[in-house]
Design a binder for this molecule. Structure first.
Ligand SMILES: [Zn+2]
Ligand SMILES: [Zn+2]
Length: 356
Protein backbone atom coordinates (compact mmCIF):
# COMPACT_ATOMS: atom_id res chain seq x y z
CA UNK A 1 0.00 0.00 0.00
CA UNK A 2 1.34 3.42 -0.93
CA UNK A 3 1.54 6.31 1.44
CA UNK A 4 -1.80 8.08 1.87
CA UNK A 5 -1.94 11.73 0.88
CA UNK A 6 -2.89 12.65 4.47
CA UNK A 7 0.50 11.26 5.54
CA UNK A 8 2.61 13.40 3.22
CA UNK A 9 5.19 15.51 4.99
CA UNK A 10 4.37 19.23 5.07
CA UNK A 11 5.76 21.23 2.18
CA UNK A 12 6.36 24.96 2.25
CA UNK A 13 4.59 25.76 -1.05
CA UNK A 14 1.42 27.86 -0.74
CA UNK A 15 -1.32 27.17 -3.30
CA UNK A 16 -4.54 28.98 -4.19
CA UNK A 17 -7.28 26.33 -3.98
CA UNK A 18 -10.35 28.57 -4.44
CA UNK A 19 -10.66 32.26 -5.32
CA UNK A 20 -8.84 34.08 -2.49
CA UNK A 21 -8.33 30.88 -0.49
CA UNK A 22 -4.77 29.67 0.14
CA UNK A 23 -3.77 26.20 1.31
CA UNK A 24 -0.71 25.98 3.56
CA UNK A 25 0.68 22.72 4.90
CA UNK A 26 1.90 22.76 8.50
CA UNK A 27 4.05 19.98 9.97
CA UNK A 28 2.55 17.59 12.49
CA UNK A 29 3.85 14.29 13.77
CA UNK A 30 0.79 12.35 14.76
CA UNK A 31 -0.08 8.74 14.11
CA UNK A 32 -1.57 8.44 10.62
CA UNK A 33 -0.95 12.05 9.59
CA UNK A 34 1.99 14.02 8.17
CA UNK A 35 0.61 17.55 7.89
CA UNK A 36 -2.41 19.68 8.69
CA UNK A 37 -3.80 22.21 6.22
CA UNK A 38 -4.13 25.78 7.38
CA UNK A 39 -6.35 27.71 4.96
CA UNK A 40 -6.16 31.48 4.64
CA UNK A 41 -9.16 33.46 3.36
CA UNK A 42 -7.86 36.74 2.01
CA UNK A 43 -9.57 40.11 2.18
CA UNK A 44 -8.61 43.78 2.13
CA UNK A 45 -7.95 43.74 5.92
CA UNK A 46 -5.62 40.76 5.78
CA UNK A 47 -6.77 37.21 6.30
CA UNK A 48 -8.78 34.75 8.32
CA UNK A 49 -7.03 31.45 8.89
CA UNK A 50 -8.59 28.07 9.56
CA UNK A 51 -6.95 25.43 11.79
CA UNK A 52 -3.53 26.97 12.57
CA UNK A 53 -1.68 23.77 13.50
CA UNK A 54 -0.13 22.34 16.64
CA UNK A 55 0.95 24.46 19.61
CA UNK A 56 4.64 25.14 20.15
CA UNK A 57 7.54 26.97 18.50
CA UNK A 58 8.23 24.38 15.77
CA UNK A 59 4.75 24.60 14.28
CA UNK A 60 4.66 28.38 14.80
CA UNK A 61 7.80 28.86 12.70
CA UNK A 62 6.00 27.07 9.87
CA UNK A 63 2.93 29.30 10.36
CA UNK A 64 5.11 32.41 10.06
CA UNK A 65 6.95 30.99 7.06
CA UNK A 66 3.75 30.13 5.15
CA UNK A 67 2.20 33.52 5.88
CA UNK A 68 5.36 35.24 4.68
CA UNK A 69 5.24 33.27 1.43
CA UNK A 70 1.70 34.56 0.98
CA UNK A 71 2.78 38.16 1.62
CA UNK A 72 1.17 38.20 5.07
CA UNK A 73 2.32 38.80 8.62
CA UNK A 74 0.96 37.37 11.84
CA UNK A 75 -0.60 40.74 12.67
CA UNK A 76 -2.65 40.61 9.43
CA UNK A 77 -4.61 37.61 10.70
CA UNK A 78 -7.76 39.20 12.11
CA UNK A 79 -9.67 35.96 12.60
CA UNK A 80 -8.89 32.34 13.42
CA UNK A 81 -11.45 29.59 12.82
CA UNK A 82 -11.11 26.26 14.58
CA UNK A 83 -13.04 23.34 13.09
CA UNK A 84 -12.76 21.18 16.25
CA UNK A 85 -10.94 20.66 19.54
CA UNK A 86 -7.95 18.59 18.41
CA UNK A 87 -4.53 20.09 19.13
CA UNK A 88 -3.31 20.03 15.51
CA UNK A 89 -6.28 22.27 14.64
CA UNK A 90 -6.42 24.83 17.45
CA UNK A 91 -2.78 24.83 18.64
CA UNK A 92 -1.70 28.12 17.05
CA UNK A 93 -4.92 30.00 17.85
CA UNK A 94 -3.97 31.30 21.30
CA UNK A 95 -0.75 32.76 19.92
CA UNK A 96 -2.62 34.58 17.14
CA UNK A 97 -4.96 35.88 19.81
CA UNK A 98 -2.04 37.19 21.88
CA UNK A 99 0.08 38.61 19.05
CA UNK A 100 -2.56 39.85 16.59
CA UNK A 101 -5.65 40.22 18.76
CA UNK A 102 -7.40 37.81 16.38
CA UNK A 103 -11.03 36.90 16.91
CA UNK A 104 -11.44 33.19 17.56
CA UNK A 105 -14.35 31.39 15.93
CA UNK A 106 -15.30 27.87 17.02
CA UNK A 107 -18.44 25.88 17.66
CA UNK A 108 -20.29 26.83 20.84
CA UNK A 109 -19.60 23.34 22.24
CA UNK A 110 -15.83 23.70 21.75
CA UNK A 111 -14.05 22.01 24.65
CA UNK A 112 -11.26 19.59 25.34
CA UNK A 113 -13.79 16.95 26.25
CA UNK A 114 -11.37 14.21 25.32
CA UNK A 115 -8.53 15.53 27.47
CA UNK A 116 -8.84 12.53 29.80
CA UNK A 117 -7.77 10.15 27.05
CA UNK A 118 -5.60 10.27 23.94
CA UNK A 119 -7.72 11.31 20.99
CA UNK A 120 -6.38 9.78 17.82
CA UNK A 121 -7.24 11.54 14.58
CA UNK A 122 -7.71 8.61 12.25
CA UNK A 123 -9.40 5.23 12.47
CA UNK A 124 -7.55 2.25 13.87
CA UNK A 125 -7.66 0.61 10.43
CA UNK A 126 -5.83 3.54 8.90
CA UNK A 127 -3.30 3.56 11.74
CA UNK A 128 -2.65 -0.13 11.08
CA UNK A 129 -2.11 0.60 7.39
CA UNK A 130 0.37 3.31 8.26
CA UNK A 131 2.13 1.11 10.77
CA UNK A 132 2.47 -1.69 8.21
CA UNK A 133 3.99 0.79 5.76
CA UNK A 134 6.40 2.14 8.39
CA UNK A 135 7.45 -1.38 9.31
CA UNK A 136 8.08 -2.24 5.66
CA UNK A 137 10.22 0.86 5.29
CA UNK A 138 12.07 0.18 8.53
CA UNK A 139 12.68 -3.42 7.51
CA UNK A 140 14.09 -2.29 4.17
CA UNK A 141 16.31 0.27 5.92
CA UNK A 142 17.52 -1.94 8.77
CA UNK A 143 17.84 -5.19 6.86
CA UNK A 144 21.45 -5.65 7.99
CA UNK A 145 20.95 -4.81 11.64
CA UNK A 146 20.52 -7.83 13.88
CA UNK A 147 18.67 -5.84 16.55
CA UNK A 148 15.96 -4.59 14.21
CA UNK A 149 12.50 -6.05 13.72
CA UNK A 150 10.54 -7.88 16.35
CA UNK A 151 11.76 -8.92 19.78
CA UNK A 152 12.91 -12.54 20.33
CA UNK A 153 9.58 -13.32 21.98
CA UNK A 154 7.78 -12.14 18.86
CA UNK A 155 6.40 -8.89 20.22
CA UNK A 156 6.81 -5.43 18.84
CA UNK A 157 9.65 -3.28 20.07
CA UNK A 158 8.15 -0.99 22.69
CA UNK A 159 9.74 2.29 21.65
CA UNK A 160 7.22 3.63 19.12
CA UNK A 161 4.33 2.92 21.46
CA UNK A 162 6.09 4.76 24.28
CA UNK A 163 6.94 7.68 22.01
CA UNK A 164 3.31 7.91 20.99
CA UNK A 165 2.20 7.84 24.60
CA UNK A 166 4.54 10.70 25.41
CA UNK A 167 3.33 12.63 22.37
CA UNK A 168 -0.26 12.29 23.50
CA UNK A 169 0.63 13.35 27.04
CA UNK A 170 2.50 16.38 25.70
CA UNK A 171 -0.40 17.38 23.53
CA UNK A 172 -2.83 17.09 26.39
CA UNK A 173 -0.61 19.27 28.52
CA UNK A 174 -0.07 21.78 25.74
CA UNK A 175 -3.75 21.65 24.91
CA UNK A 176 -4.66 22.92 28.33
CA UNK A 177 -1.97 25.55 28.37
CA UNK A 178 -2.59 26.77 24.85
CA UNK A 179 -6.34 26.87 24.90
CA UNK A 180 -7.60 30.02 23.12
CA UNK A 181 -10.53 32.06 24.32
CA UNK A 182 -13.43 31.59 21.90
CA UNK A 183 -14.62 35.13 21.14
CA UNK A 184 -17.16 34.23 18.42
CA UNK A 185 -18.92 30.94 19.09
CA UNK A 186 -21.05 29.64 16.22
CA UNK A 187 -24.02 27.28 16.08
CA UNK A 188 -25.56 25.19 13.36
CA UNK A 189 -26.91 27.31 10.53
CA UNK A 190 -25.19 30.54 11.57
CA UNK A 191 -24.03 32.76 8.75
CA UNK A 192 -20.34 33.59 9.12
CA UNK A 193 -19.43 36.79 7.32
CA UNK A 194 -15.73 36.69 6.63
CA UNK A 195 -13.35 37.94 4.02
CA UNK A 196 -16.17 39.26 1.81
CA UNK A 197 -18.02 35.95 1.92
CA UNK A 198 -21.18 34.74 3.52
CA UNK A 199 -20.61 31.19 4.68
CA UNK A 200 -22.85 28.85 6.61
CA UNK A 201 -21.63 27.02 9.71
CA UNK A 202 -22.70 23.39 9.85
CA UNK A 203 -22.40 21.55 13.14
CA UNK A 204 -21.06 18.10 12.19
CA UNK A 205 -20.60 16.05 15.39
CA UNK A 206 -19.08 12.57 15.15
CA UNK A 207 -15.29 12.80 14.96
CA UNK A 208 -15.65 15.18 17.93
CA UNK A 209 -18.82 16.58 19.49
CA UNK A 210 -17.79 20.15 18.60
CA UNK A 211 -16.81 19.68 14.96
CA UNK A 212 -18.13 22.18 12.43
CA UNK A 213 -17.75 22.74 8.68
CA UNK A 214 -18.12 25.93 6.66
CA UNK A 215 -20.01 26.10 3.41
CA UNK A 216 -19.51 28.90 0.91
CA UNK A 217 -22.43 28.56 -1.55
CA UNK A 218 -21.13 31.24 -3.89
CA UNK A 219 -17.99 29.32 -4.83
CA UNK A 220 -19.32 25.81 -4.07
CA UNK A 221 -16.64 25.32 -1.44
CA UNK A 222 -16.85 23.26 1.73
CA UNK A 223 -14.22 23.68 4.43
CA UNK A 224 -14.51 20.16 5.80
CA UNK A 225 -12.03 19.92 8.69
CA UNK A 226 -11.65 16.26 9.67
CA UNK A 227 -15.29 15.44 8.96
CA UNK A 228 -14.69 14.18 5.41
CA UNK A 229 -11.09 13.38 4.48
CA UNK A 230 -9.92 12.31 1.01
CA UNK A 231 -8.66 8.77 1.68
CA UNK A 232 -8.81 7.98 5.39
CA UNK A 233 -11.60 7.57 7.91
CA UNK A 234 -11.65 9.90 10.90
CA UNK A 235 -11.53 8.24 14.30
CA UNK A 236 -14.90 7.92 16.05
CA UNK A 237 -14.30 7.60 19.76
CA UNK A 238 -16.42 5.62 22.17
CA UNK A 239 -15.36 8.15 24.82
CA UNK A 240 -17.44 10.92 23.31
CA UNK A 241 -19.89 13.13 25.16
CA UNK A 242 -22.35 12.30 22.40
CA UNK A 243 -24.78 9.52 23.28
CA UNK A 244 -24.28 7.58 20.05
CA UNK A 245 -21.30 9.20 18.30
CA UNK A 246 -21.52 6.92 15.28
CA UNK A 247 -25.18 7.84 14.68
CA UNK A 248 -24.25 11.50 15.07
CA UNK A 249 -21.44 11.02 12.56
CA UNK A 250 -23.77 9.31 10.03
CA UNK A 251 -26.27 12.16 10.37
CA UNK A 252 -23.48 14.70 9.88
CA UNK A 253 -22.26 12.88 6.77
CA UNK A 254 -25.77 13.03 5.32
CA UNK A 255 -25.99 16.69 6.25
CA UNK A 256 -23.00 17.63 4.11
CA UNK A 257 -23.75 15.13 1.33
CA UNK A 258 -27.13 16.79 0.85
CA UNK A 259 -25.64 20.23 0.15
CA UNK A 260 -26.21 21.14 -3.46
CA UNK A 261 -23.46 22.46 -5.66
CA UNK A 262 -20.32 21.63 -3.67
CA UNK A 263 -17.52 21.36 -6.20
CA UNK A 264 -14.52 21.92 -4.00
CA UNK A 265 -13.95 20.20 -0.66
CA UNK A 266 -11.05 21.58 1.39
CA UNK A 267 -10.10 18.97 4.01
CA UNK A 268 -7.85 19.49 7.03
CA UNK A 269 -5.48 16.76 5.86
CA UNK A 270 -4.70 15.79 2.26
CA UNK A 271 -5.55 17.56 -0.98
CA UNK A 272 -8.74 19.29 -2.13
CA UNK A 273 -11.24 17.00 -3.84
CA UNK A 274 -14.58 17.33 -5.63
CA UNK A 275 -16.62 14.17 -5.05
CA UNK A 276 -18.10 14.99 -1.65
CA UNK A 277 -21.02 12.61 -1.96
CA UNK A 278 -18.80 9.74 -3.10
CA UNK A 279 -16.52 10.15 -0.10
CA UNK A 280 -19.37 10.30 2.40
CA UNK A 281 -20.79 7.08 0.90
CA UNK A 282 -17.40 5.33 1.12
CA UNK A 283 -16.86 6.39 4.74
CA UNK A 284 -20.37 5.28 5.68
CA UNK A 285 -19.78 1.94 3.93
CA UNK A 286 -16.61 1.38 5.96
CA UNK A 287 -18.59 1.70 9.19
CA UNK A 288 -21.49 -0.43 7.91
CA UNK A 289 -18.96 -3.19 7.17
CA UNK A 290 -17.56 -2.85 10.67
CA UNK A 291 -21.06 -3.04 12.16
CA UNK A 292 -21.83 -6.22 10.19
CA UNK A 293 -18.56 -7.73 11.32
CA UNK A 294 -19.33 -6.87 14.97
CA UNK A 295 -22.66 -8.70 14.65
CA UNK A 296 -20.96 -11.71 13.05
CA UNK A 297 -18.43 -11.79 15.89
CA UNK A 298 -21.22 -11.80 18.44
CA UNK A 299 -22.82 -14.75 16.69
CA UNK A 300 -19.46 -16.56 16.55
CA UNK A 301 -18.91 -16.07 20.29
CA UNK A 302 -22.49 -17.06 21.00
CA UNK A 303 -22.77 -15.39 24.43
CA UNK A 304 -22.56 -11.87 25.88
CA UNK A 305 -18.95 -10.72 25.36
CA UNK A 306 -16.78 -7.86 26.60
CA UNK A 307 -15.61 -4.92 24.49
CA UNK A 308 -12.07 -6.32 24.62
CA UNK A 309 -13.23 -9.68 23.30
CA UNK A 310 -14.98 -7.96 20.40
CA UNK A 311 -12.05 -5.67 19.62
CA UNK A 312 -9.56 -8.57 19.57
CA UNK A 313 -11.60 -10.28 16.90
CA UNK A 314 -12.36 -7.10 15.01
CA UNK A 315 -8.74 -5.91 14.83
CA UNK A 316 -5.46 -7.63 14.20
CA UNK A 317 -3.09 -7.94 17.19
CA UNK A 318 -0.93 -5.02 16.05
CA UNK A 319 -3.93 -2.71 16.63
CA UNK A 320 -5.07 -4.11 19.97
CA UNK A 321 -5.38 -1.64 22.80
CA UNK A 322 -7.45 1.22 24.11
CA UNK A 323 -7.94 2.94 20.74
CA UNK A 324 -9.27 -0.22 19.10
CA UNK A 325 -11.51 -0.81 22.10
CA UNK A 326 -12.82 2.74 21.96
CA UNK A 327 -13.83 2.35 18.31
CA UNK A 328 -15.31 -1.08 18.98
CA UNK A 329 -17.33 0.35 21.85
CA UNK A 330 -18.71 3.12 19.61
CA UNK A 331 -19.89 0.46 17.14
CA UNK A 332 -21.40 -1.76 19.85
CA UNK A 333 -23.26 1.16 21.38
CA UNK A 334 -24.55 2.12 17.95
CA UNK A 335 -25.98 -1.39 17.50
CA UNK A 336 -27.54 -1.19 20.96
CA UNK A 337 -29.25 2.15 20.24
CA UNK A 338 -30.46 0.70 16.93
CA UNK A 339 -32.03 -2.18 18.84
CA UNK A 340 -29.63 -4.67 17.28
CA UNK A 341 -27.63 -5.55 20.38
CA UNK A 342 -28.22 -5.93 24.09
CA UNK A 343 -25.98 -4.71 26.83
CA UNK A 344 -25.68 -6.38 30.21
CA UNK A 345 -23.28 -5.87 33.07
CA UNK A 346 -21.38 -8.80 34.57
CA UNK A 347 -20.77 -9.11 38.35
CA UNK A 348 -17.44 -7.24 38.06
CA UNK A 349 -19.25 -4.27 36.51
CA UNK A 350 -17.85 -4.77 33.00
CA UNK A 351 -20.39 -4.33 30.18
CA UNK A 352 -21.08 -7.23 27.85
CA UNK A 353 -22.77 -7.10 24.49
CA UNK A 354 -24.81 -9.61 22.55
CA UNK A 355 -26.03 -8.91 19.03
CA UNK A 356 -29.49 -10.08 18.06
ZN1 LIG B 1 -9.47 15.71 14.51
ZN1 LIG C 1 -7.16 16.49 12.06
Amino acid sequence: MGRREEQERARSAVTEVAPGVLRMELPIRMPGLGHVNMYALLDSDGAAVIDPGLPGPFAWRAVEDRLRRAGLRVRNVHTVLITHSHPDHFGGAARFQREAGSKIVAHSRFSLATSGAPAPEVSVDDLAAEQAQAEEEAAARDADEPWSGNTPWGGERPRPALRRRIQFRMMRWLGRRWLPEITDPVSHGDVVRLAGREMTALHTPGHTADHFCLHDPETGTLLAGDHVLPTITPHISGLSLTRDPLAAFFASLEEVAAIEGVRNVLPAHGHPFSDLRGRTVAIRRHHEERLSRVKEISHEIGRPATVTEFSRRLFRPRSWGSMAESETYAHLEHLRFAGEAERSVDPSGEPRFLAR
